[in-house]
Design a protein around this ligand. Structure first.
Ligand SMILES: NC(=O)c1ccc[n+]([C@@H]2O[C@H](COP(=O)([O-])OP(=O)(O)OC[C@H]3O[C@@H](n4cnc5c(N)ncnc54)[C@H](O)[C@@H]3O)[C@@H](O)[C@H]2O)c1
Length: 368
């Protein structure tokens, strides 16, 4: 189904709902929408351990948006159908970016039920509410309405040494997290085919950048290093991930909302495959220059018992999104990694406060 009418972000009347907008990727999207567009932004988030609103608060202050009515934070858990439905009616969105999910693989191994309930039921409730909302829209608004479902490359399982995931790859999730995300993708697809809800699904590789909850590989490594603590790496460190700077991911999502084809899937990757050991060593090298100590930070690396069912390799072929909507990676990997390391070094207070607020127990390794 072709898009009949494009939306524009230079429209003060456009209402954009971001679910999970207080998380790492969602808050980057909210900041970009507030900074670079005119639209009204609703941020629906249950505000969990991984949420943080300080980056949005400070932007609102800088842009003097407090009294402008352009932004609303709505503390809602998608697991409640009544509340979700109420909020969809209240916000009356033209466009939805669905990012809300429990997102950490290790946590899904500790508590799979939470991931099944939260991610699958949350997505079902959103879809049911959106279905009702969509059916009531005028023809004009129906034409431009989109729900962008933000998923992960992990739904495709694990690759051997060769090949890439692409839009034709079979679903083969291996962790409770990826299985819950795969289920969400299937539900979203069904609501498109059965009920005509205009959706686009994206499957993206590992993101990195500032403001990520410091339990995932890159921020965790930086913090362990600057605190002179052992830097844990699962197994032999040879597992491979494909890394993308978060701002490039956001650009892809915004472009897709304008130019993507309804009912289609798009794989988004960084073409930056790195072993976990390479990533950790790169961070150590950056810190060796930025914050020199007696010996290299690499001496803090400690190999620990592997994660159960640890996927060996993810690599994403993003040719389709590049060809169809001319999306390109605009940042350079090492520059972005430098920027990220520098940000965490300068924002240790934020990290401490965030970890304290989340009652973090500190033993996670954080690989995706
Ligand atoms: N981080 C990555 O590398 C990556 C890569 C590809 C795809 N994704 C996907 O992108 C999305 C965002 O990832 P992230 O890294 O920003 O995660 P995150 O954990 O930083 O943020 C998730 C946000 O969603 C909120 N949330 C979770 N369940 C909710 C619910 N039931 N109701 C309302 N809010 C809820 C949380 O409170 C949190 O603020 C996820 O769907 C994830 O699967 C992430």
């Amino acid at each position: 189904m072709k898009n009949k009418k494009n939306i524009t972000y230079n429209n003060k009347k456009l209402k954009v709902l971001v679910t999970g907008g207080a998380g790492f990727i969602g808050s980057c999207l909210v900041r970009k929408l507030l900074k670079e567009t005119e639209v009204k932004v609703f941020n629906l988030d249950k505000l969990s351990y991984s949420s943080d609103h300080t980056s949005i608060d400070s932007l609102i202050k800088d842009l003097n948006l407090k009294k402008s009515n352009r932004y609303e934070l709505l503390k809602i858990d998608l697991v409640s159908y009544c509340k979700t439905n109420e909020i969809i009616e209240y916000t009356d969105p033209d466009l939805i970016f669905h990012l809300a999910a429990e997102s950490h693989v290790d946590r899904s191994i500790d508590n799979p039920k939470n991931f099944v309930e939260n991610n699958i039921l949350g997505t079902l409730n959103l879809l049911e509410s959106v279905k009702k909302h969509f059916q009531k829209l005028s023809t004009l608004r129906k034409d431009s309405f989109r729900l962008i479902n933000i998923s992960t490359d992990e739904v495709f399982g694990s690759l051997g040494s060769n090949g890439f995931f692409n839009e034709e790859s079979q679903y083969n999730p291996k962790s409770p997290y990826s299985a819950s995300k795969a289920s969400c993708d299937h539900l979203v697809n069904a609501w498109f085919h059965t009920f005509g809800v205009p959706i686009i699904t994206t499957n993206c590789s590992n993101n990195f950048g500032p403001w990520q909850f410091p339990e995932k590989l890159i921020p965790l490594t930086i913090l362990k290093a600057i605190n002179n603590e052992p830097i844990p790496i699962y197994g032999n460190g040879k597992n491979i991930r494909d890394w993308l700077f978060v701002e490039d991911h956001i650009n892809a999502l915004l472009k897709l909302s304008l130019k993507g084809e309804i009912g289609e899937k798009y794989c988004i990757g960084g073409f930056k495959e790195k072993t976990n050991l390479e990533i950790v060593e790169s961070i150590c090298s950056i810190l060796d220059k930025l914050k020199p100590r007696d010996t290299s930070y690499k001496n803090l690396i400690k190999f620990v018992a592997d994660r159960p069912g640890h996927d060996f390799r993810y690599a994403v072929d993003s040719k389709k999104i590049s060809k169809d909507i001319s999306w390109e990676i605009e940042t350079e990997f090492l520059d972005s990694l430098n920027r990220t390391v520098d940000w965490y070094v300068k924002n240790q207070k934020w990290c401490d406060q965030t970890l304290q607020k989340a009652n973090y127990y500190g033993e996670r390794i954080g690989l995706s």
